[in-house]
Design a protein around this ligand. Structure first.
Ligand SMILES: Nc1nc2c(ncn2[C@@H]2O[C@H](COP(=O)(O)OP(=O)(O)OP(=O)(O)O)[C@@H](O)[C@H]2O)c(=O)[nH]1
Ligand SMILES: [Mg+2]
Length: 182
C-alpha cells in the first residue's frame, strides 16, 4: 500500500478546513477555535494547528491529508507540515482582491520549502466572485521550469475535492515516471 502525505496551504478563510472535511466525509481531526481575527476573514472559526484526515482511496492507496492554519502568525508551521510531503494543494480564495499577490507569496513558500513537490492550485469561492480571472493565476502559477495546474472548485463539494486530488495524484505519477526514466 502506498501512502501520500498531502498538505493544503492557503490564506485565512480560503476553505482549507472545509476541503479536508469534505474529502474525509466525517473522519477528521481539526484544531479550529473561535475566530477573533475577523479582519483576516469574517467567519466563526479558524485553525490554530492543523486539520488532519486519513482517506483510503478505491485503488488501495492512503491519503494523509493535512490542512494548515491560514493566519500569518502561524506561518512557522507551514514548513514543518511541508516536510516529507508528497503533494501540495494551494488554495486561493477568489473573493479576495489581492488573490494573485497572495498566490505569488505562497508560491515563494513552496519554492523554498517544497521546490520539487508536485502541487496543484485550487481556486475556491468562485460562485461568490464569478468574474475572477483564472488566467491571471495561470500565468504566474509556477517557478523555474515548473507550471502548476490551476482549477476552480467549491471546497464544500466532496466530488470537486476528490477531482482536485485526482489531478494532484496524476501530477505525482508524472513526477514518479520522470524520476524513474530520467
Ligand atoms: N460560497 C462558497 N463558500 C465556500 C467555498 N469554499 C469554502 N467556502 C466557505 O468558506 C469558508 C472557509 O472556511 P474554512 O474552511 O474554515 O477556511 P480555512 O482556509 O480553513 O481558514 P483558516 O483555518 O482560518 O486558515 C467556510 O464557511 C466554507 O463553507 C466555495 O467554493 N463557495
Ligand atoms: Mg482552517
Amino acid at each position: 500500500m502506498r501512502e501520500h502525505k498531502i498538505v493544503v496551504l492557503g490564506g485565512m478563510g480560503c476553505g482549507k478546513s472545509t476541503l479536508v472535511r469534505a474529502i474525509a466525509a466525517g473522519a477528521v481531526v481539526d484544531t479550529d477555535v473561535h475566530n477573533s481575527d475577523r479582519a483576516g476573514a469574517d467567519k466563526a472559526s479558524t485553525t490554530v494547528a492543523m486539520d488532519y484526515a486519513d482517506i483510503d482511496l478505491p485503488n488501495g492507496d492512503r491519503l494523509r491529508l493535512y490542512g494548515t492554519p491560514g493566519q500569518q502568525r502561524f506561518d512557522f508551521i507551514w514548513p514543518i507540515l511541508l516536510k516529507g510531503a508528497s503533494g501540495v494543494v494551494l488554495l486561493l480564495d477568489a473573493t479576495r482582491h489581492t488573490a494573485v499577490e497572495e498566490l505569488q507569496g505562497y508560491l515563494g513558500v513552496l519554492r523554498e520549502h517544497a521546490t520539487q513537490v508536485p502541487a496543484v492550485i485550487g481556486v475556491s469561492r468562485m460562485d461568490l466572485a464569478p468574474d475572477f480571472d483564472l488566467d491571471s493565476c495561470a500565468t504566474v502559477a509556477g517557478w523555474d521550469d515548473r507550471l502548476l495546474p490551476v482549477m476552480p472548485l467549491d471546497a464544500r463539494e466532496r466530488e470537486q475535492g476528490l477531482f482536485l486530488m485526482d489531478v494532484l495524484m496524476s501530477e505525482m505519477e508524472t513526477r514518479d515516471l520522470v524520476l524513474a526514466h530520467g
